[in-house]
Ligand binder design. Structure first.
Ligand SMILES: Nc1ncnc2c1ncn2[C@@H]1O[C@H](COP(=O)(O)OP(=O)(O)O)[C@@H](O)[C@H]1O
Ligand SMILES: [Mg+2]
Length: 1076
């Protein structure tokens, strides 16, 4: 943001009184008035800010204004309190100098407002962040709490601070706030019990009654009506422009932000309520026998409620209002209190209770806002202390307040006027002395430890015997008689004897800010600040948690007979500490002036302003500024700061700093009257000169910054470039290598291909050549062979023709036969083997077949030659069977493989047939079990069949008894079927001995063997004919008388596989043979 305004631009009057021409009181006030009329409420005297109270809100505290003044040079813009705040904050942050902001002025001149403006400015420009913002918020919100409890409406100011406040704000090295510490000075506690006309008690009472909820009020046993409370004067309970109810909410909110617990807030409000209740306790006299009056509580209701609020036993408090324990020489005595004393005690209790509550609040706030970090802090102190007060009726409080203001003036004088002059002398700078009033003498009058007024007062308070305010005044009259600033009617100094403006019970002090008349009444009491021990002990006994903390001296275990330090003494001590503290810091002054007594805007009362200007010593201040030099700095730091403005001193000056500064200033063509050379410092007369230097320095710094930037950027770019270059070389090298490798590989493989092609081509050429040569050679050989052949054949033809053909033929045939016979060797000797090699040549066909037949016969003969006699017989039998049955009966093939055993019953061995065997006369050739077929039903019954050479026998199977024995000559023929059944009929010769029994129809499993054996016997026997074997499917059988036809039919098997015989009719038996 481009800001056009400057201290010199659009100036109304002059912004800096140092520039005022001519300089006198009138022109000074005229200038103030002129500016005030144009809403310019701030004016400088050098670095001091004069602030006129506008009594209305001006649009000069906006966030834009904050931005405008932020980080700007003090003299750069039109005067503003922000410029001072900014200067202080920056030199705190950048130069590490602790700061204090001293705000002085009369009550209502705008000190408290100024202090708040400074704090809010600093809060706005310093660091941000969650933690920092919380600290800021807590610091700022401590104000409404303290104002509610410590401010009140007075005649001069609707929101007058009734306590002094000094707040140290602590910052870290970056300039971020860490926390703070608040010190409070002397609360005007008399206000709790009594307020001057037109003034109010402390805000909190009114705020509580108007703003608290009905509930809270009931809890606190309070009534909304102000008029119910003695301590709240009625005439100005409501103040225009003050909304107590809203303020109450603000305060509660602020307390919460600062960190008060809900219970703590409640306790605080209970104490406030207790103070109000206390004020309502009234006393009545009760006559005692000894003639003295004794006080009694009039209406005990308020007392009761208060005791309930604080948790005090009512009787204890009641007694404390009627009696007082006095200790003298280790003895305790109880004296009664009269009504006045009771009221005194009550008020003392109320005042103490309230002021201790206030101090507790400050301590509690400090606990919340104190800096957490233990690192070194930078500190900015803001002092907002009650201003100089001159009332019609001035009492102890005003005396104390004014004393404090004297001390502040001392500091101001010390640090600005005297310090300045002394420095010029020290630095050997030509200097015309400026007369100014040094108020040290007044301070001495008040605070001197031997004969100062405060010391006198303390002495009087401690003195045994009757002490009154008058004895104190007498003492002052004797001791301070000679002092120029002390005035009293009864003074030894006779010049005041006739001064009627000076009442007898008063003394007057000529303060630096004017004469003030003090009424001595109450001085002793207030200084003593006496609270009867009975009361403090009663308070200590309270169950309310806060009370014990507030009245520690009430602890009976710690009874301290020593008097507590007096109020005056305490105040002096704390002011002393404050002054020491301020002296260690860099001071910044805001001098507040109020333009009128009516608290209204736009009115500028010359006389009032003139008075303030005079006692603040502002004109002298300007004079000193003007006569002297606005700015000074040790040579070293000056050279260090501005050396860049001159080529000779930049970047280093070798030689004494003073010479360097001289060279520098000459080079910068600063007019010689603008500066002076001291012993160790350079003095610059005009702020503007300094400002010019600063301006040039800033421009130069910008150039330097650009230069540094330029070099840094160059360096950075170059480094970057070099790095890029290096990397590029590496990349390129690798790439080239890779590319070359690739190229080489390609060339190599191409070469190989070409090589192989060429070699192939060459090889093929050679091969072709070789092949050609070979063919040529072969051709030659062939031709030669043929040629030779031809030649030989031509020559030998005549010898060959006769025999060669036959010889070759014979040889060939011989070879072929040889090969053929060798091939026949593979055939086996088994007669069963049918294999025979195939004929190799057609011409061998006949021989081949014959050979095969001969060979077969031969190997059969060989085979037979191995047979024994028995085996031979068996085979002969088998051969006979074959002759009989082969191709005639279907049963035959199945019998071929079965050997003819003959004796199937093992008749010789089996004992069962012993008898039967022995009955046989000849050797049994065959013994078998057969079925004899019954003519009647065709069923068979088992019979043993035995065959010998001469007969066959049928015997009972079980008993072995011979049923029939037929000599073989009686057997005419045997009939069998063509089929696979085992039926056979043994037909007997008609007319033979056996024929009477009839033929036998039998069936046997060994049919083939039986018939063959029968046949053999027939062939071998010489005496009889051969047995006929009749093979047909229908034959007749002679059963005793009848002939029965046995017919064989082929049919499906009915009884398993065996043939079944069935009687069809009388003459027909049908044998059904299962089809094969
Ligand atoms: N800068 C200001 N702008 C507007 N009003 C102001 C300013 N300074 C003071 N006031 C008014 O003057 C009143 C008294 O100011 P205050 O700071 O309380 O005086 P002091 O603390 O010096 O007694 C304030 O309540 C406010 O109304
Ligand atoms: Mg104030």
């Amino acid at each position: 943001m481009e800001v056009k305004t400057s201290l010199l631009d659009n100036m109304i009057g002059v912004g800096d009184m140092v520039l005022l021409e001519p300089l006198n009181e009138d022109s000074f006030i005229m200038n103030l008035r002129n500016r005030f009329d144009h809403n310019e409420i701030y004016t400088y005297i050098g670095s001091v800010v004069i602030s006129m109270n506008p009594y209305r809100s001006l649009p000069i505290y906006t966030p834009q204004k904050v931005e405008e003044y932020r980080n700007r040079n003090f003299y750069e813009l039109s005067p503003h309190i922000y410029a001072l705040a900014d200067e202080a904050y920056r030199s705190l942050r950048d130069q590490d100098k602790d700061q204090c902001i001293l705000i002085t002025g009369e009550s209502g001149a705008g000190k408290t407002e100024a202090s708040k403006l400074v704090m809010s400015y600093v809060a706005a420009v310093c660091g941000k962040g969650q933690e920092v913002n919380k600290v800021k918020e807590q610091l700022l919100q401590s104000n409404p709490v303290l104002e509610a409890f410590g401010n009140a409406k007075t005649m001069r100011n609707d929101n007058s601070s009734r306590f002094g406040k000094y707040m140290d704000i602590e910052f870290d090295f970056k300039g971020d706030p860490l926390g703070g510490v608040i010190s409070n000075y002397l609360l005007e506690k008399s206000r709790v019990c009594k307020q001057p006309r037109g003034e109010r008690n402390f805000h909190i009472f009114y705020q509580l009654l108007s703003g608290a909820s009905d509930d809270t009020l009931v809890k606190l046993k309070l009534d909304r009506d102000f008029s119910k409370y003695n301590y709240l004067s009625l005439d100005s309970a409501n103040v225009n422009g003050l909304d107590d109810a809203a303020s109450f909410r603000t305060v509660r909110n602020a307390m919460q932000i600062v960190g008060f617990m809900e219970a703590e807030v409640q306790s605080v409000l209970e104490l406030v309520a207790a103070v109000l209740k206390l004020g309502n306790i009234e006393f009545k006299p009760e006559s005692r026998v000894n003639g003295f009056d004794e006080s009694r509580v009039k209406d005990k209701n308020d007392l009761k409620e208060m005791c309930e609020l604080l948790g005090i036993e009512q009787s204890v408090l009641e007694r404390a209002f009627s009696y007082r324990t006095v200790e003298a020489k280790m003895e305790k005595m109880s004296t009664t209190l009269n009504v006045a004393q009771a009221y005194y005690a009550r008020d003392a209790l109320a005042k103490n209770l309230y002021s201790r509550l206030f101090s507790w609040l400050v301590t509690r706030i400090n606990e919340s806002i104190k800096a957490q970090a233990k690192t070194r802090h930078k500190v900015m102190g803001v002092l907002d202390i009650y201003g100089f007060e001159i009332f019609e009726d001035n009492s102890f409080e005003q005396f104390i307040i004014n004393y404090c203001n004297e001390k502040l003036q001392q500091i101001f004088i010390e640090l600005t006027l005297r310090e300045e002059q002394e420095e010029y002398i020290r630095e050997d700078i030509e200097w015309t002395n400026i007369e100014y009033f040094n108020n040290a003498v007044i301070c001495d009058l008040i605070e001197n430890n031997q004969n100062g007024i405060l010391a006198m007062l303390d002495e009087e308070c401690l003195r045994p015997g009757t002490v009154t305010d008058d004895t104190f005044l007498d003492k002052l009259n004797t001791i301070c008689a000679e002092h120029q600033h002390f005035e009293s009617r009864l003074n030894k100094n006779s010049k005041f004897l006739t001064d009627h403006s000076l009442p007898h019970s008063c003394f007057r002090i000529q303060h630096y800010a004017g004469k003030v008349l003090y009424r001595v009444e109450g001085f002793v009491d207030k200084n003593n600040d006496l609270l009867y021990r009975d009361l403090s002990q009663a308070m200590y006994k309270a169950t309310h948690s806060l009370m014990r903390q507030l009245f520690p001296e009430g602890n009976p275990a710690k009874v301290n007979l020593k008097r507590p330090p007096t109020a005056g003494f305490q105040f002096k001590a704390s002011v002393g500490v404050l002054m020491k503290n301020l002296q260690t810091k860099n001071p910044n002054y805001i001098r507040c002036i109020k333009p009128n007594d009516k608290k209204v805007a736009h009115i500028f009362t010359d006389s009032l302003v003139c008075h303030q200007v005079r006692y603040l010593g502002l004109v002298e201040n300007v004079r000193v500024r003007r006569a002297g030099y606005a700015f000074r700095q040790p040579y070293e730091s000056c050279l260090e700061r501005y050396k860049m403005l001159c080529k000779k001193t930049w970047p280093h000056w070798r030689g004494p700093a003073r010479d360097g500064v001289e060279v520098l200033l000459t080079d910068c063509s600063v007019p010689t009257e603008e500066f002076a050379y001291g012993r160790s410092k350079i003095f610059i007369r005009n702020p503007r000169t300094l400002f010019t230097l600063e301006e040039r320095r800033r421009a130069c710094l910008e150039d330097l910054a650009t230069l540094i930037q330029k070099i840094y950027r160059g360096w950075k770019s170059r480094t970057h470039f070099l790095l890029l270059k290096k990397s590029q070389v590496v990349v390129a090298a690798w790439y080239r290598r890779y590319a070359q490798q690739n190229k080489y590989q390609k060339i190599k493989s191409a070469t190989l291909v070409m090589q192989s092609f060429i070699r192939g081509w060459k090889a093929r050429n050679i091969l072709r050549q070789l092949k050609y040569e070979k063919r040529c050679k072969e051709a030659v050989t062939t031709i030669a062979a043929y040629w030779h052949g031809t030649q030989v054949r031509r020559e030998y033809r005549k010898f060959f023709r006769a025999n060669a053909g036959k010889k070759i033929y014979d040889f060939t045939i011989q070879r072929i036969m040889q090969k053929y016979f060798l091939g026949l060797k593979t055939t086996t000797m088994s007669p069963m083997d049918n294999s025979w090699p195939a004929k190799p040549y057609g011409f061998l066909e006949g021989a081949h077949t014959q050979l095969r037949r001969i060979f077969h016969l031969w190997r059969c003969k060989k085979y037979r030659g191995q047979f024994t006699e028995e085996k031979k017989a068996v085979y002969e039998e088998k051969l006979e069977a074959s002759e009989i049955f082969k191709d005639k009966k279907a049963l035959y093939p199945s019998s071929v493989s079965q050997p003819f055993k003959g004796d199937y019953l093992e008749i010789q061995k089996n004992p069962k047939y012993q008898k039967l065997n022995s009955a046989m006369e000849e050797k049994v050739l065959l013994a078998d079990l057969v079925n004899k077929i019954n003519r009647a039903n065709g069923k068979g019954s088992p019979r043993l069949f035995l065959l010998t050479k001469s007969n066959f026998v049928l015997a009972d199977q079980k008993t072995g008894q011979v049923k029939a024995s037929v000599p073989l000559p009686d057997l005419a023929s045997v009939s069998v079927s063509t089929q696979s059944d085992g039926f056979f009929a043994l037909k007997l010769k008609e007319g033979s001995a056996s024929a009477s029994k009839g033929d036998f129809l039998l069936s046997s499993e060994h049919l083939i063997e039986i018939i063959t054996k029968l046949h053999r016997i027939g062939t071998t026997a010489a005496d009889r004919d051969q047995i006929n074997i009749d093979i047909s499917d229908e034959f007749l059988v002679q059963f005793k008388q009848d002939k029965v036809c046995v017919k064989f039919i082929q049919g499906g098997p009915k009884n398993g596989n065996s043939a079944a015989c069935k009687r069809k009719n009388n003459r027909l038996l049908e044998v059904s043979v299962p089809s094969p």
